[in-house]
Write a protein that binds this ligand. Sequence first.
Ligand SMILES: NC(=O)c1ccc[n+]([C@@H]2O[C@H](COP(=O)([O-])OP(=O)(O)OC[C@H]3O[C@@H](n4cnc5c(N)ncnc54)[C@H](OP(=O)(O)O)[C@@H]3O)[C@@H](O)[C@H]2O)c1
Length: 229
Amino acid sequence: MDLTNKIAVVTGANKGIGLESVNQLLDKGAVVYGICRNGCSTKHPNYTCLTADVGNLEQVDAAFNIILEKHGSVDVLINNAGLGYFGYCEDISVAQWQELFNTNVTGIFYCTRRVLPGMKKAGTGHIVNIASIAGLEGYPQVSAYCATKFAVRGFSDSLYKEVRDFGVKVTCVYPGSVKTDFFRHSENIKPHDNMLMPADVASQIVFALESPANYHPVNLEIRPLKPRG
Ligand SMILES: NC(=O)c1ccc[n+]([C@@H]2O[C@H](COP(=O)([O-])OP(=O)(O)OC[C@H]3O[C@@H](n4cnc5c(N)ncnc54)[C@H](OP(=O)(O)O)[C@@H]3O)[C@@H](O)[C@H]2O)c1
């Protein structure tokens, strides 16, 4: 897809992988909407920040109503918003479990269901879901987060088979550790320079979005070299 003037929505756009994706999409000439919980500082003539918690149906619907009333349909959705809580299973609180699933899984459903009718009608569109290598294999003390990312993988794998005949692409991204604020709830992992950089992940997302119309990258596993330095 040529991204010039395409309508793109990025969730969790105020920092990390989401912010880098916004910046790279703007560089490609896209018209970008960020969905952020608490606003963001990005200033660009082609950028609009909409405030919504992706796990809140009313707020998500209000944000997409604004976008769809203005543009009719969306060309690109990057379901990026997410967080992690870590620890032994019995130490994960019920509230943390619910927040993980509301954000990492239900939020993707809430956003995706608003763009699919327009994409299917237009016969084009691309949804990118940010999973994790924690959606490919389990890790001790990561059970709750892994459960959400395995769910994202299952959702994505089903969805691509459901919409490919409509001309709509779905790509699921599985990054290894990325140097972002993501590890703020982890006692064991601290960000370091041998991790992937958020710009690395964003550039692979853009590469997938720019793929020709006749094929679609389905799964994108991205791992750092020399992860421990
Ligand atoms: N960093 C890694 O090692 C890594 C590896 C694999 C996959 N991932 C995935 O990559 C995605 C982006 O993470 P990141 O590394 O860029 O972390 P990050 O810097 O912490 O960014 C996460 C973004 O998601 C937003 N967010 C969280 N909960 C939200 C909610 N309920 N509603 C709306 N926005 C919400 C955050 O907003 P606030 O600023 O308001 O919290 C922030 O903008 C996540 O899905 C994460 O699971 C990360």
